[in-house]
Structures are given as structure tokens and as C-alpha cells.
Design a protein around this ligand. Structure first.
Ligand code: NDP
Length: 241
């Protein structure tokens, strides 16, 4: 059994990535935090399409929870996680001047520290097996910086740096590490945004679909991407490069 882990795999972009990885033959561990109903819907979707998956809820921002739940799964299974998609993320927007400490730390913990907690656990077996794919979902905000999102931009830029550094650490073991940087994608995260106005700024004149991001992640997760590592690949309709 080939296993993939998708953090935040229950909704939005993570749900599409889960479905794509199941389609290409992975048993997918669907991580989520609290929305059991949506996670269950994703699991049903995978099974309806003939795929294989299971739910693995834990809070990616909580080191102890990551170690006990994900660490427990790793210790209790002979199969190893071959593909890791660090996708779980949140925004808590505010101008820096007004930003509360909690808005800064929760965005850092969920988007950036989670990368460290989860990847460190999963990496060990990838290195031993001399194969692995790590894909980090970042954002245009981490590439260009977005006002009102100093916390989120800093967290995503931090992962872009980590992607480049880790790729150099683990390349000799045939583990690749890449980042995918979406622009505006139609999910709950962008639900309240003024799509009509914003899409005028996008050369392709529309928001992206989660499936379009999942197609790119599916390629990076496959053996076909074997000579790509340390990269951040934009998927933003031409908004920024
Ligand atoms: P959604 O808000 O639609 O989904 C977020 C997912 O992350 C859910 O599955 C949620 O689980 C999970 N999650 C949130 N916090 C935690 C946590 N602490 N522990 C475990 N899981 C958690 O987001 P999107 O699909 O839009 O975003 C996915 C990724 O893509 C994020 O990293 C985001 O920053 C990035 N991105 C999104 C863009 C967009 O336009 N949508 C643009 C650029 C980047 P639960 O259901 O339990 O809450």
C-alpha cells in the first residue's frame, strides 16, 4: 500500500488533492482539525471513485497532538508515508498596526510551525526508503506580500525558504521538496472576497478551481517530477510571477 498524507485534506484545495492522490493509487490519510462532517464527505467521495483513504484528525499547530496522533500512526504501521502534502492553513487578516498577538501566533503556528512538526516526523522513513515527495502549499502572499496579511505572508514566505533549504538537505536520498503557490482559488477561504472586482486583475480573468491546484500537486507527487526540487511553482492565472 502506497500512503500519502494530506494535512487539511477535508475541504477546499485539500479535498481535491486527496481525490487526485487517491486516483493515482495512494491510500490517503485525510487530516483535518474539527470539521468531522466535511472530512466524512471527502472520505465518501474517495470511496465512491474506487479509491482508498482514512481520516486522521489532529491539530497541525499543536506539537503534542501531531506527535501522539501522527507519530502513533507511523509507529503502528509497516507502511510508510511516501507523499506528504502540507496543505492545512488559515488566515487571520488585520493591518499590522492593529494585529493582536493571537492573530500573529495562530497563523504562524498553523501555517509555519506545523510544517516543522509534521515534516520532521514523516521525513525519517522517506530518508530510510530513499524516496519521498514533500509538497508545501504556500501562497502568492508569501511571494509578493499582501497588505493586511503580514502574518500570513511571513508564514508562507517562511515555508518557501524552508522548501529550498530542505530540498538541499535531502536530495541525495531522492526525496524532493517543492512548494505550490496558488493565487485566488474558489474555497471557503476566499468565499467573502469581491470576486467580480478581483478577477479584473487576473490575466485569465477568473478565480482558479481547487482541482486545477490538485492536478499540479498530483504531478509533483508522481515519479514524473523526479528532477524538480526546491522550486516554488505559481498557479495564479498570471496574477504574479
Ligand atoms: P479551507 O479553509 O477551504 O480549508 C482549510 C483546511 O485546513 C480544512 O481542511 C481545515 O480543517 C484544515 N485546517 C485548518 N486549520 C487546521 C489545523 N490547525 N489542523 C489541521 N487542519 C487544519 O482552505 P483552502 O483549501 O482555501 O486552503 C488550503 C491551503 O491553500 C492553505 O494552506 C491556504 O493557505 C492555501 N492557499 C489558499 C488559497 C485560496 O485562494 N483558497 C490561495 C493561496 C493559498 P477543518 O475542516 O477541520 O477546519
Amino acid at each position: 500500500m502506497k500512503v500519502a498524507l494530506v494535512t487539511g485534506g477535508s475541504r477546499g484545495i485539500g479535498r481535491s488533492i486527496t481525490c487526485r492522490l487517491a486516483e493515482i493509487g495512494y491510500h490517503v490519510l485525510i487530516n483535518f482539525h474539527s470539521n468531522q462532517e466535511e472530512a466524512g464527505n471527502t472520505l465518501t467521495l474517495v470511496k465512491e471513485k474506487g479509491g482508498s483513504a482514512e481520516l486522521l484528525p489532529f491539530d497541525v499547530s499543536d506539537q503534542a497532538a501531531v506527535e501522539s496522533t501522527l507519530g502513533g500512526w507511523i509507529d503502528n504501521h509497516e507502511e510508510t508515508i511516501e507523499v506528504l502534502v502540507n496543505n492545512a492553513g488559515i488566515t487571520q487578516d488585520n493591518l499590522l498596526m492593529w494585529m493582536k498577538t493571537e492573530e500573529w501566533t495562530s497563523v504562524m503556528n498553523t501555517n509555519l510551525n506545523s510544517f516543522f512538526f509534521v515534516t520532521r516526523l514523516v521525513l525519517k522513513n522517506m530518508l530510510a526508503n530513499k524516496y519521498g515527495r514533500i509538497i508545501n502549499i504556500v501562497s502568492l502572499s508569501g511571494q509578493k506580500g499582501v497588505p493586511g496579511q503580514v502574518n500570513y505572508s511571513a508564514a508562507k514566505a517562511g515555508i518557501i525558504g524552508a522548501t529550498k533549504a530542505l530540498a538541499q538537505e535531502v536530495g541525495k536520498r531522492k526525496v524532493t521538496v517543492n512548494a505550490v503557490a496558488p493565487g485566488f482559488i474558489k474555497t471557503e477561504m476566499t468565499h467573502g472576497m469581491p470576486e467580480k472586482e478581483l478577477k479584473k486583475l487576473i490575466p485569465l480573468q477568473r478565480f482558479g478551481e481547487p482541482e486545477e491546484v490538485a492536478n499540479l500537486v498530483g504531478f509533483l507527487a508522481s515519479e514524473k517530477s523526479s528532477y524538480i526540487t526546491g522550486e516554488t511553482i505559481s498557479i495564479n492565472g498570471g496574477l504574479y510571477s
